[in-house]
Write a protein that binds this ligand. Sequence first.
Ligand SMILES: Nc1ncnc2c1ncn2[C@@H]1O[C@H](COP(=O)(O)OP(=O)(O)OP(=O)(O)O)[C@@H](O)[C@H]1O
Length: 581
Amino acid sequence: MEIDNRVMQYVLNHSINGILIFNNNFNIAFSNKAAQKIFEYNEMLTGKCLSEFIPQDNLNKIRQNNTERFYKIKLKTKVIAFDVIPIFEKNIIEGYAAVFQDVSKYESIVEEMDKFKELNRRLEAIIDSSYDGIYVTDGEANTILLNKAYEHITGIRGKDILGKNMMELVKQGYFSQSGSLLAIEKDRQVTLRQRLVSGKEILITSTPVYNTNKKREFIVTNVRDISDLVKLQEKLSETKALNEKYKSELENIKEQTIEIPELIVKDKNTIQTVRTALKVARVDTTVLLMGETGVGKGQFAKLIHKNSTRLHNRLVEINCGAIPRNLIESELFGYDRGAFTGALQKGKMGVFELANNSTLFLDEISELDIDMQVKLLKVLEEKIVKRIGGEESIPINVRIIAACNQDLKKMVEKGLFREDLYYRLNIIPVVIPPLRERREDIIPLCLSFLDEFNSKYRMNKYITVSVLDSFMEYSWPGNVRELRNLIERLVIMSQNDKIDKSLLPQYILGKNHTEKEMEKEIKEEIQENSIDEYVGMNLKDATIRFQQKLINQTIDRLGSQRKAAKYLEVDPSTVSRKLNE
Ligand SMILES: Nc1ncnc2c1ncn2[C@@H]1O[C@H](COP(=O)(O)OP(=O)(O)OP(=O)(O)O)[C@@H](O)[C@H]1O
């Protein structure tokens, strides 16, 4: 078949690609129909200049560049792919033949693809930069994606598990439990906590993701390394526990130190008693203080009064054991004028009246005889006093603090103390332990008394440790009073500033001293007493002086006036009278 110019023209015109032939100046010598269509031109392009259809800078590029053949040219409404073939005449470019195509459609697809690729790249970057591990399977639990953090946390490499099914991976021992499988099974989000072989604690959250047809498409699993968090949590609870411990130790320390100026309190037994006393102080009720002689019942009475609502009124005290029997009634209730011979003209108030709106401290209450107990009970119940020889009923508002160093209950049993009065007084009992049961108080008390007497006598005495040791051993039958008296004596008697063991009486040095041995020592000391100090006195003064000395020493040793009275075979009231002479 012969292909002539007509056939060529026919073929070129039916090509779906645009075809142009143009010279060096871009004047078009030939164009086909497709070219006309691509440039959206109704007439033949032959004779036109290509610059009418293609931006000049593209044409310049074609002219400058003989090696490049393919150009992507952007027109106003479309993009064309231009394949330019130079036409040579004796090695010189005479013109060009161009085959081109409208690629706008492909262009937008490529653009979309590029955008998609970019989005994918960004997503991957985001997933990989996540601090949490991310693991994605398809709806059937086949692994399709995991990030670097996942590899780092679990130590499993992506290339070993990508594409594999979770069930298979669990079987192979990669995982002990799979969040993805559980999420598929439950068809909802699940959270698990796992401990890896490496010791790491992880928190796994697997979430099913559904497509628009509500079909499960992926399972996205988030894996968080909570090892640090768990450690932190453990640390926090340790710190909390430690805090609690310090707090309770602080409370303990607080409980162990009570600052009351007039009381030396260090031993936990005494601290406990002080706490009870302070609690009781606030309740306006009768208090019965019990404890051996010299334990500090008087001090506790002051403490209770000072911490009560009545603190602004004076505490009135009466020692029932120190007042002669015939005077006790008038001391308690007062008398009207002319009540008895020797009575004051204007009469006298009793301690109940004096203590009105305040506190009355009835010390050594067990010393009251039964008659007086009956009268006391009546006053306590009726809250009214009548002076001796008086008619008037005087209303009184008095808080009673009673004290006794005897076992009142036993006295009740023996019929020496009225049961009704006992119960009337024993509303709130406060038992003060003897010094031997609160040994921690001994040294603080001792040092405080030493201070007191050093400043009273303007001295600078000190006590040796061995003396303190002996004090800690001794049983202190006379309690704090005995300790106080002894310290005063030691301060006065020591020749130099040092108070050492040589100054201590035998009964302190020997442990388990019996009362008999003590009596013997007292007698010996009395015998040793020089009479030099009585020389020059008249008999009466010398007798008084001697009696007082004897009584004081006996009280010092035995601890109480009553014990001294018993030992010296006199009435306790005589002892107190002699001391006041
Ligand atoms: N905790 C203390 N701190 C300081 N001094 C105290 C303490 N306890 C008692 N004393 C002192 O001891 C002495 C005896 O105390 P107090 O008179 O209160 O004892 P008491 O139990 O009332 O004795 P009695 O049974 O003989 O009446 C007082 O000089 C008192 O100041």
